[in-house]
Ligand binder design. Structure first.
Ligand code: CDP
Ligand code: MG
Length: 702
């Protein structure tokens, strides 16, 4: 056993949960459902699965632990391997979208909630598992909420199982009574643990009117530096919103910390240096590991993180919190009728959770950069569950494929508004995934197999029907990874990058952002040394590399489906650029806009919103020559911008546009209310298909 293994095992036995191991195992054995709660960092995620493993609960199947965030699934699996002294991917493994690190011998499996939903599609009774632990339930992610309803619903039947599945629901100390009541008043096990007082201070640098990210990034940097120069030893954890803001803050911190004159300015001489570390979802995992290592002597660690550090990951040694008061959140925007990732103030309960991270092992301090007025007027009491604020299209399709016909009366912990369910049904109808009676169509059953947003899946399936998937597979893969274009901070370098990106766009032959992605994918793949090709072209090699792997996986799914199922076939006359655009139209006709005045476009989905082409698009500046466009996503700042844009012909969407208005949602909703018998449900379940390895959309930037 290595030194790190020994030390991490020794550390883990100090955790409060260890005194309660036996009782906890007994509680799991004694009840089909169990709610486990305890302060964050008490050892729920890393220790409970090990207790159950040692108590022999793996004899009848695996232990599955779901996580809303992919980074948490990966890092926690790594940690547990280290503690158990086993190899990652063998006894202990993880599975996240497009990355399966498990084997047939895996007994403890950390998996994203999206992947677990996919497993239920393939095997509704989860016959491979003896215990499923739904972790981080208080986060109320869309997929975890749906899993909760499904596991509650299917627990009665144990078809294909010898012993009933045990379900453990873990949550920070929030809403545990509600969870227990939802699961038939099941027992609640509370892990006693102590926390130390955290002094909460309002710095008043952000008032109710300041929402601009350039403001709060600068302010958190100032406060963090104040903490570094004025406070006694102890590490700092800064909460920010996303990758861009975090990288900006880290650059600023690094620059400023270098220029501090330590002889005069620093109050506590034992912490002269500052080690600045970013932490966000799409970071490479080896860099993430660094976060958990203690800083060298005389150095203070300052981690700048997204909300991921609020509950999913616990970093030891944190004594100071700097809270920006904001979070990046996916919200349904009724103004444009689309889901948009936006920066919003956190809730008061979230702010308390963030502050609590400073008081795990000793008393701490939390510096809130905002004012008391901001706290009172801008921050809601609680965070709205994701199921009540985002698009339900993928989830409703999954439920329908699982035989849950009545999606309106499905057991939700918190019911989404009916209009959101109706919108999801309407979209599925528009994509031909369900029929007028609300039944899943043949196409819908193909669509559910892809871990992509429904529109993109629809475009991909159209390309397969036309035999031109070689065009769409790389595009779908490139749209599924983080941003591939490097935009350097330095103005001169930025210019250089812009010129090279423009040249790349020109070499694609026509102004179409999707085609440019395809072109970059192909050029990089064909080059002798792809990583240096990326470097020369200011492209993120890591992102393109993941796109290569995603493309292979999508290709495999398509290949299997083509062999297993009857596949539609169609014809289309045109060049390959036209073919690609036609396929995109089939998937994105809900995102069609027509130029109205000057550079403005008007969407056609009934919202009639005014949108503009984003400056990052290759079509920016050419608006006057355009008439109809489709777009992949939307960014809302002072204006509504569309990104990844493609010009199209009206002819290609002419027959599709009426679909945006033709269906009466109440017709769909009345059928959605029809009861189905258990028999019918079982039939649906039987019909759903082979095992898939991947999960639905996951936001990697969180
Ligand atoms: O799930 P809960 O918040 O109750 O705690 P946990 O995630 O199991 O964390 C227990 C301990 O393991 C904490 O002290 C963490 O710092 C440590 N840990 C770690 O060092 N590295 C990880 N990748 C995960 C946890
Ligand atoms: Mg946990």
């Amino acid at each position: 056993m290595s030194k790190t293994e020994r030390s991490s095992r020794a550390e883990s036995t100090q955790l409060p949960i260890h005194q309660h191991g036996e009782k906890l195992v007994g509680a799991v054995k004694g009840s089909q459902f169990l709610v486990v709660t305890g302060e964050t960092g008490s050892g729920k995620t890393t220790q409970l699965p090990q207790f159950l493993y040692r108590a022999g609960l793996c004899r009848d199947g695996k232990i599955g632990v779901t996580q809303p965030r992919r980074v948490a699934a990966i890092t926690v699996a790594q940690r547990v391997c280290q503690e158990m002294g086993v190899r990652l991917g063998v006894e202990v493994g993880y599975q996240v979208r497009f990355d399966d690190c498990t084997s047939k011998d895996t007994l403890i499996k950390y998996v994203t909630d999206g992947c677990m939903l996919r497993e239920i599609l393939a095997d509704p009774n989860l016959t491979q598992y003896s215990v499923v632990i739904l972790d981080e339930v208080h986060e109320r992610s869309l997929n975890t909420d749906v899993l909760l309803g499904l596991l509650k619903k299917t627990s009665g039947g144990s078809r294909g199982r010898t012993v009933p599945l045990k379900v453990v629901v873990m949550s920070a100390t929030l809403q545990t009574d509600k969870l227990s009541a939802f699961l038939g008043h099941c027992p609640v096990f509370t892990i006693p643990g102590r926390t130390y007082p955290v002094k909460e201070l309002f710095c008043g640098r952000i008032g109710p009117k300041e929402m601009d990210s350039s403001v709060y990034v600068k302010e958190v940097v100032k406060v963090a530096l104040d903490v570094h120069t004025n406070e006694a030893s102890g590490d700092i954890l800064v909460f920010l919103t996303g990758q861009n803001e975090i990288e900006k803050a880290c650059d600023l911190l690094f620059e400023k910390a270098e220029s501090i004159d330590y002889r005069y300015d620093v109050h506590d001489r034992t912490v002269e240096g500052l080690l600045v570390l970013p932490l966000y979802g799409s970071m490479p995992t080896d860099q993430q590991k660094q976060i958990f290592q203690p800083a060298p002597e005389g150095v203070r660690k300052c981690v700048v993180a997204t909300n991921i550090a609020a509950t999913s990951l616990t970093i030891d040694g944190i004594k100071y919190i700097v809270d920006s008061g904001f979070v990046k959140q996916l919200n349904h925007n009724s103004r444009v009728g689309l889901d948009i990732l936006e920066v919003v103030p956190i809730s008061k309960s979230e702010a308390q959770q963030r502050a609590g991270r400073a008081g795990r092992t000793s008393a701490g301090k939390c510096f809130r950069i905002y004012s008391k007025e901001f706290w009172e007027n801008c921050m809601p009491e609680y965070t709205t569950p994701e199921i009540q604020r985002t698009s339900l299209t993928s989830v409703v399709l999954t439920l329908k494929c699982l035989g849950v016909h009545d999606v309106i009366r499905f057991p939700y912990l918190d019911r989404p508004e009916e209009r959101f369910l109706l919108t999801a049904l309407k979209q599925l109808y528009q994509y031909d995934a369900i029929d007028r009676k609300g039944n899943v169509t043949r196409l819908g059953k193909l669509m559910v197999e892809f871990p992509l947003p429904p529109g993109l899946t629809r475009a991909l399936l159209q390309s397969a029907a036309l035999g031109c998937e070689e065009l769409m597979l790389p595009v779908a893969a490139m749209l599924s990874v983080e941003n591939i274009f490097i935009r350097p901070g330095h103005p001169e370098k930025q210019k250089e990058a812009e010129i090279i990106h423009k040249e790349l766009a020109a070499s694609a032959g026509s102004s179409n952002d999707f085609l440019i992605l395809l072109c970059i994918f192909e050029k990089c793949k064909a080059s002798e040394n792809p990583s240096s090709w990326c470097k020369d072209h200011w492209i993120h090699w890591r992102a393109v590399k993941s796109a290569f792997s995603v493309e292979t996986q999508l290709r495999e799914i398509l290949f299997h489906l083509k062999r297993q199922k009857e596949f539609p076939q169609e014809t289309f006359e045109g060049s390959s650029s036209e073919l690609l655009r036609h396929c995109l139209c089939i998937g994105y006709f809900t995102n069609v806009a027509r130029r109205s005045m000057g550079k403005a476009f008007c969407t056609m989905d009934g919202h009639g919103s005014t949108v503009h082409v984003h400056p990052s698009s290759s079509l920016f500046g050419q608006e006057a020559q355009l008439d109809w466009i489709i777009f992949h996503d939307v960014l809302v700042t002072s204006r509504v911008y569309v990104r990844t844009v493609c010009p199209i012909r009206y002819d290609w969407v002419k027959d599709l546009l009426p679909k945006l208005h033709e269906i009466d949602v109440y017709e769909l909703s009345s059928v959605a209310r029809e009861e189905v018998t258990d028999e019918e449900m079982a039939q649906w379940v039987k019909k759903t298909t082979a095992k898939r390895q991947t999960g639905p959309g996951e936001d990697v930037s969180r």
